[in-house]
Write a protein of this length. Structure first.
Length: 288
């Protein structure tokens, strides 16, 4: 089966948590098919003690780096079990900033990150490191919940007709073709509550556009030889998208990094965080 999804270099941030090691395992499975190289990165905090005492500061730096060294050693063991020899890097500083810099300097096509399995209330917002990486990284990011696997047989892609969602559609088609999968395309009418009483005509127009976006994307997939079904729904996008994924049995959700400008953008700021936080399956955020 042809595999041509353009990911040759993958970065996996490691923080010593079970969640990050699970993400590494998923990266290894993907890399086995894609023939990708994996770089595992662990970021130690900056030492902010008394730098005048060289001996003391050196000891503290070693102590602060040791958990990272142990985590990266375990990462190598995990990769070896999957038949991979991975590169590792240990740096210091702000985790999100350093991850983004490493991805840029090492030309990483894709970042795969873990998402800790928290309670429903706690995981509505993903962690600040994940949020910043998604917001500032110039490439694609996959966030993997605990106990979830990256798979491509049943893909849900969200669209709002924007350039960003078009990039997500193209990426979903690419993976569906490579892995023999099918696509569900979802467009959500996420309008303010007052529209339902004060502007029904505008609401109807939004619904018409949503149906059009979904149908156009499904037709685009069909033209590429991929089975695709169009769906449109009303409600809060961050709730409708993961709920639809659960109902359809989607194995991964693919979304653009931003939505259309104007009223209630589809995937901007906390909405994207909530989709990732509430989804039971991995979420892929795609950049144009």
């Amino acid at each position: 089966m042809e595999k041509n999804t353009e990911y040759s270099k993958v970065l996996v941030p490691i923080d010593g948590s079970a969640s990050s090691f699970h993400a590494l395992e998923q990266a290894c499975q993907l890399a086995s098919v894609e023939k990708s190289g994996i770089l595992a990165a662990c970021i130690a905090p900056d030492y902010e003690g008394d730098l005048d005492s060289f001996v003391a500061s050196d000891i503290m730096l070693q102590q602060m780096r040791r958990p990272c060294e142990d985590a990266l050693a375990k990462a190598k063991e995990i990769a070896a079990r999957h038949g991979h020899t991975i590169q590792t890097v240990l740096e210091e500083g702000d985790p999100s900033s350093r991850i983004i810099e490493i991805a840029a300097h090492r030309n990483r096509d894709l970042i795969i990150m873990g998402r800790r399995g928290l309670s429903n209330l706690e995981r509505v917002f993903v962690g600040s490191v994940t949020q910043r990486v998604i917001g500032q990284h110039h490439g694609d990011v996959i966030v993997v919940p605990d106990n979830a696997s990256i798979a491509w047989q049943k893909i849900l892609v969200a669209t709002d007709g924007s350039l960003y969602s078009q990039a997500a559609i193209q990426r979903a088609i690419c993976f569906a073709k490579a892995y023999g999968g099918a696509i569900d395309v979802l467009a959500v009418v996420d309008a303010p509550a007052e529209f339902y009483g004060d502007a029904p005509a505008l609401l109807e127009e939004l619904a018409r556009k949503a149906n059009g976006y979904a149908e156009a994307a499904a037709n685009q997939a069909a033209a590429a030889g991929v089975n695709a079904t169009a769906h449109a729904a009303e409600g809060n996008a961050y709730e409708v998208i993961p709920e639809t994924a659960s109902r359809l049995g989607s194995e991964i959700i693919v979304v653009g990094s931003h939505g259309r400008t104007g009223i209630r953008r589809l995937l901007l700021g906390s909405v994207a965080e909530k989709v990732i936080g509430l989804a039971r399956c991995p979420v892929m955020v795609v950049r144009p």
